[in-house]
Each structure stands twice: as structure tokens, then as C-alpha cells.
Design a protein around this ligand. Structure first.
Ligand code: ARG
Length: 481
């Protein structure tokens, strides 16, 4: 049966299916069926929680000693033993066993091997139910902290490039049709705002999850004189959870985290899609270097933006994890159910995929090189300054906007029929449509004039972008440069 167990990768499977479980041998005469062991074991993936598990045990141990539930001597032995277990895991010397099911039993069994019966006292006033609730909470919290820093770095990259391209003109699209000229810096700063909301969603999730489930024990609390406030404080939580049943059955924070992760992935997929489009031959707005493209095995000319495509696709597994988790929790009666063990693989996969996607996106943003001539040429095509003409008619001729729109439409029609841009029409041709038009109109018919004029709050003018860059540094990175 070696290696058949896909859910317990790398763990040593037990041969003796008749051997009684060491952890509940009192009630059990026989061990589990092979298939029982395989479906039940989580050590193949929850070994990832070893740091959190040991941190929780250390805090629990201190509390038991402080409350006189454990002797100081046992407490010292337990802490020494746990430190050694951590060392063995980190050095890759620890032998994980599928027979011991999960990270909690694996750590406890080795601890007892190392320090004797005192190891068995650590589980006083605790259950694997509050233990796993704690471990996953701590893991999500650590992951949120790491991700938030990575997202801040992505913002820093976007802001730096926005500063560089503050006055670089590109076409702004709606419906992916040329709409109005914008600046590339302005476009990049739009993502800085999105990522800012993503970070704030992660912080919200962190604030809500930051309560300790320890002390709930199996589900109903403990008859021992424990102090859940102490363990909560020691582990950096704001407070213990108020209801023991909720403490062991709540996985809201996993759902919230994956929900926030899904939206981040959606945002990354939009930027990735734009990168793919911008790199394509018909666009040629940007190039990615060798470091962020791949070649083709058959077409020597190819430079494929694989990192962008993969980031665009990662959202599939992250949203998949969200659906998986909500489906697992739906209709689950209080309190703990083994169903909850199924939260981990989707959670880990979503978090790993997202971290890869964020890092790849940050890399591409730092790597990309714009092609300003090409961007400007496309921005100037397709009558992108038509709105500027209509706005000029409103301001200088006093036409109602609706009528100005109509006049401009006719002029665009005439220019299109001649195959020229608006600024290549003669004054006479324009006056034939609207007699009050004068030479001044030519001042608004360039893409530079168009972007420079858009100085309204949040608008695309280069002066705005330069200021927005400074603002963004202050708001999101807490620095002035
Ligand atoms: N491996 C379990 C999980 O991930 C740990 C908790 C098990 N508790 C229990 N009573 N079987 O959910």
C-alpha cells in the first residue's frame, strides 16, 4: 500500500491494520482497516501546521503550569521536548506516521517518546478540536500577514512604474474599443487602488479571526481551572472566543480568507489579461523580458507571457477552493465534524496559488517595458479626441452637450469618409457643419491636449498622476518617496 495514499503524501503507512490505535487503545481492541486509516489521515497535509501546533502547545503548557494543573517540572520537560520535536521537523529528521493520523498525534507521540509520561499530561484540558481550530486560525493569520506584505510590495512596484510613465499616453478603452486617451501611469494606479482594497479586506478578516478558541476543549469547555485569557494573550489574540461550541465549529475565517483571496485573484487575472493583450503583436504596448516569457518548441519567434496566463488562470483553483469550503460547511451540524478536515487542502492550495500569483505579478510589473510611440499612435487613432471636440463646443460655442455630441458625430463621419483624423479637417469643412467653430478648436484635437485637460479629481492628466503617485505612497506605503 506504500504511496497509494494521496492524502497522506510522504507519511509512512502502517502495515499492521490489526494494531490498536495508540491514542484510544483503551476502548479499541483492534486497529483501523487500511482504507479507514487512509481516508482518516491528514498528516500528509496538516504537517504544514507544525509551527502553529507547537506554538499552541507551548502556550497551553505555560497556562497549565501557571494554574497549577501541571507541575513546573513537567512543564519544563514538555517545553524542552516540544523544542526538540520542532528541531527534528525542521531538520527533516522527524518520522511522520499515517497511523498517528494527524499533526497533533504525531507531535504528542514523539513528545512522549522523548520525555515519558509527562508528554501525556500536555493534552489535559484540551482536545484536538480546539487544537486544530487554533492551528488553522494561527496559520491563516500568518498567511494574511505575509500576503499583506507581498501586496504592499506589488503596490510599491505599480507606483514606481506609474511615476515613470506618468505622462506616457495610451488609449483608454471601454468595451476594449478605443475610448479616450489616458496615461499609462494612471492606468497602473487603478490597480494600486484595487490592491489597497484587497489589503483592507485581509486586515478585516484578520481582525475578526483574532480570537482564541483554546479552552473550548472538545466542545463544552473544561472542568479544570484553566485560563483561556492567558493562552489568548500569549498567542497574540485579542481575547478568547466567547462560546465554546462556536470556538470548535467556526471556520468563518477560512471562508473569509479564501473569499478575500478570490477577489485578489480576480484582480490579478484582470491585470494579467491586460499584460497578455498588451504584449500581443497587434498591440505591442509593452514587452516582457526573457525573464518573464517563454519560447515555443516549434516557433522560434515566439515570446509567450506564460506567467501572466498562469496568474490569470490561478483564480480558477482559488474560487474553486471557496466553493469547496462553503459546500463542506453547508448544513454541518454543531459542533466539530470530521468534514472540517477537508478545509485544509483547498485552503493551502488557494494560499499557495495566490502567493505565486502575487509574486509573479509583482515581477512582471517591475520587468515590463512600455513602448510609448506605439501606445501614443494607437491612442491617437479612431477619433479618440472626439469627446474633447464636443466639450470644446459646449465651452466655446455654448451648445448643449447633446447637440455638441451630434455636431461632433457629423464631423467624425466626414473625417472618416475622407480617411483623415479630426485635426486634418479644414476650418471651412468644420464651419459647414457648425458656423461658430473657429481656429481655437485645433488646440483640443491632440491626445496631449486631451490628457492634459483631464485635471478633475481622480482624472488622467500627467500632473494629477504625479500627485497621485505621492498620495499613494503616503496612503499605502506610509512613506513620502
Ligand atoms: N485532523 C483533524 C482536522 O483536521 C483534527 C481534529 C480531529 N478531531 C477529532 N476529534 N477527530 O480537523
Amino acid at each position: 500500500m506504500a504511496r497509494k495514499n494521496t492524502t497522506a503524501r510522504g507519511a509512512t503507512p502502517s502495515k499492521a491494520t490489526t494494531r490498536s490505535n495508540t491514542m484510544w487503545g483503551g476502548r479499541y481492541a483492534r486497529g483501523p482497516a487500511e482504507i479507514m486509516e487512509r481516508i482518516n489521515a491528514s498528516i500528509g497535509f496538516d504537517r504544514r501546521l507544525y509551527q502553529q501546533d507547537i506554538a499552541g502547545s507551548l502556550a497551553h503548557c505555560d497556562m497549565l503550569v501557571k494554574r497549577g494543573i501541571l507541575t513546573a517540572k513537567d512543564g519544563r520537560a514538555i517545553k524542552r521536548g516540544l523544542a526538540q520535536v520542532r528541531e527534528e521537523i525542521e531538520a527533516g529528521r522527524f518520522k511522520f506516521s499515517t497511523r498517528l493520523e494527524d499533526i497533533h498525534f504525531n507531535v504528542e507521540a514523539r513528545l512522549t517518546e522523548l520525555i515519558g509520561p509527562a508528554g501525556g499530561r500536555l493534552h489535559t484540558a484540551r482536545s484536538r478540536n480546539d487544537q486544530i481550530a487554533l492551528d488553522v486560525r494561527l496559520w491563516v493569520r500568518d498567511t494574511i500577514d505575509r500576503l499583506e506584505a507581498m501586496l504592499a510590495d506589488l503596490q510599491a512596484a505599480l507606483i514606481d512604474r506609474a511615476e515613470e510613465y506618468a505622462a506616457t499616453i495610451m488609449p483608454g478603452f471601454t468595451h476594449l474599443q478605443t475610448a479616450q486617451p489616458i496615461t499609462f501611469g494612471h492606468h497602473l494606479l487603478a490597480y494600486v487602488e484595487m490592491v489597497g482594497r484587497d489589503r483592507s479586506r485581509l486586515r478585516d478578516c484578520r481582525a475578526r479571526l483574532n480570537e482564541s478558541p483554546l479552552g473550548a476543549a472538545a466542545l463544552a469547555g473544561s472542568p479544570h481551572p484553566i485560563d483561556p485569557r492567558q493562552t489568548a494573550r500569549a498567542l497574540g489574540f485579542d481575547r478568547p472566543m466567547a462560546n465554546s461550541l462556536d470556538a470548535v465549529s467556526d471556520r468563518d475565517y477560512v471562508v473569509e480568507f479564501i473569499g478575500a483571496a478570490s477577489l485578489i485573484a480576480v484582480h490579478l487575472s484582470r491585470l494579467s489579461e491586460e499584460i497578455v493583450i498588451w504584449c500581443s503583436a497587434p498591440f505591442r504596448f509593452i514587452t516582457l523580458s526573457d525573464a518573464f516569457t517563454t519560447g515555443s518548441s516549434i516557433m522560434p519567434q515566439k515570446r509567450n507571457p506564460d506567467a501572466a496566463e498562469l496568474t490569470r488562470a490561478k483564480v480558477g483553483r482559488i474560487v474553486g477552493a471557496f466553493v469547496a469550503l462553503c459546500t463542506v460547511l453547508k448544513g454541518l451540524p454543531l459542533t466539530y465534524g470530521k468534514d472540517m478536515q477537508e478545509d485544509k487542502e483547498p485552503l493551502f492550495d488557494a494560499a499557495d496559488s495566490l502567493e505565486l500569483g502575487v509574486a509573479a505579478t509583482t515581477g512582471m510589473v517591475r520587468d515590463l517595458k512600455a513602448n510609448p510611440e506605439r501606445m501614443r499612435a494607437v491612442a491617437a487613432a479612431d477619433y479618440s479626441v472626439a469627446t474633447d471636440l464636443a466639450d470644446w463646443l459646449v465651452r466655446k460655442v455654448g451648445l448643449p452637450f447633446r447637440q455638441a455630441h451630434h455636431v461632433t458625430g457629423r464631423l467624425v463621419g466626414i473625417a472618416a469618409a475622407k480617411g483623415v483624423d479630426l485635426d486634418k479637417l479644414t476650418l471651412a469643412e468644420m464651419q459647414a457643419v457648425e458656423p461658430k467653430i473657429d481656429r481655437g478648436v485645433f488646440g483640443v484635437l491632440t491626445v496631449e491636449a486631451s490628457v492634459n485637460a483631464r485635471k478633475s479629481l481622480g482624472g488622467t492628466a500627467p500632473v494629477n498622476v504625479a500627485r497621485a503617485v505621492q498620495d499613494a505612497r503616503r496612503r499605502f506605503l506610509g512613506r513620502n518617496r
